[in-house]
Design a protein around this ligand. Structure first.
Ligand code: DGY
Length: 315
């Protein structure tokens, strides 16, 4: 029987049982992911692997895994995989798109509201015993109604965020490679979007073009009270430049669900800033969504085995 290695315990054991009808399956049961050597060792002789975004599937790994036929990534993003080498080696790569769109859009909006209303700061103030008598001038945040939301990356998640924003009567503008017919907002050049937005939310996938996409020169153009939200990938923002922009009050604040690296070091100066909120890559972290992601990854493996076809092939 062909072998499959799964790099983490999946949300439902029945999914593994389904896979066992077609393959010999090994699951990595430790809470932290396998390191490079462990991954290489466990994947040796495997027909397929089911990976998370934490597994770096680089040129070296692919070249050393001559028997590998498929990498089923349990994520919408696949920036952890060297797609070019996989293609050259004729290895199928699949992802789990669509099912996490709403969860990620909801988290984006949770972060936007959190920052607009200064909730992390306010909560910290209470813990620091700084909650005095009701004060008309204390902890004043920002409204959403009629505020300009700039979405960078008008894909499915950007689109879902725009729809939620509409119900808060926000004005929505977006920037991407091209205007989109079905996007609920106005297309804008990046420079104009940076200058006019009260809130900016990033929904780009990470690749050579988007690495370090937002940096010092962009922060300088943003409104002084603008709030930046990133639920895509940490490397899209230059974090040192962001810290500098926040420290020198060039922008109002940032909420980051993704950082570079992940996990962020607990001594990072970003975590010292009152107006930076960091969450630990929770975009798709709901029970229902993680189940659907795992099921799609498993189905991709089975479908490739039985039909030599995968509905979610990225190459
Ligand atoms: C993805 O699927 O790419 C997400 O970042 C995981 O939550």
């Amino acid at each position: 029987m062909d072998k499959i290695f799964i790099t983490r315990i999946l949300p439902d054991v029945q999914l593994i049982n389904n896979l066992k009808e077609h393959f010999e399956v090994e699951v990595w049961e430790k809470s932290s992911p396998p390191n490079t050597e462990e991954l290489l060792m466990k994947s040796k002789d495997c027909w397929g692997i089911l990976t998370m975004l934490t597994e770096k599937i680089d040129n070296d790994f692919i070249i050393k895994n001559q028997k590998l036929k498929i990498i089923a990534n349990m994520a919408a993003g696949f920036d952890n995989i060297d797609i070019e080498t996989a293609k050259q080696q004729n290895i199928m790569v699949t992802n789990t798109p669509d099912v996490l769109t709403e969860s990620t859009a909801e988290l984006t909006f949770a972060l936007l509201l959190l920052m607009a209303k200064r909730l992390p700061e306010a909560n910290q103030a209470i813990r620091n015993n700084q909650w005095g008598p009701w004060n008309p001038n204390w902890m004043l945040g920002k409204d959403l109604k009629n505020a300009n939301l700039g979405i960078i990356g008008p894909g499915k998640i950007g689109n879902a965020v725009a729809k939620i924003a509409k119900s808060f009567s926000m004005k929505i503008n977006y920037y991407g490679r091209d205007p989109k017919i079905d996007f609920p907002g106005n297309y804008m050049q990046l420079e104009k979007l940076l200058v006019t937005s009260d809130y900016i939310s990033i929904h780009l996938s990470l690749n050579n073009e988007t690495n370090n996409f937002l940096n010092a020169k962009h922060f300088k153009k943003m409104k002084q009270d603008a709030i930046l939200i990133n639920t895509s990938r940490g490397k899209i923002i230059n974090q040192d430049d962001l810290l500098q922009a926040i420290q020198s009050n060039e922008i109002g604040g940032a909420a980051l669900d993704v950082t570079d690296p992940e996990p962020i070091d607990s001594s990072s100066p970003l975590l010292q800033m009152q107006n930076i909120f960091v969450s630990p890559h929770l975009g798709s972290a709901t029970k229902a969504t993680r189940y659907k992601m795992a099921k799609i990854a498993i189905d991709n493996l089975i479908s490739y085995k039985i039909k030599n076809y995968c509905p979610n092939a990225v190459i």
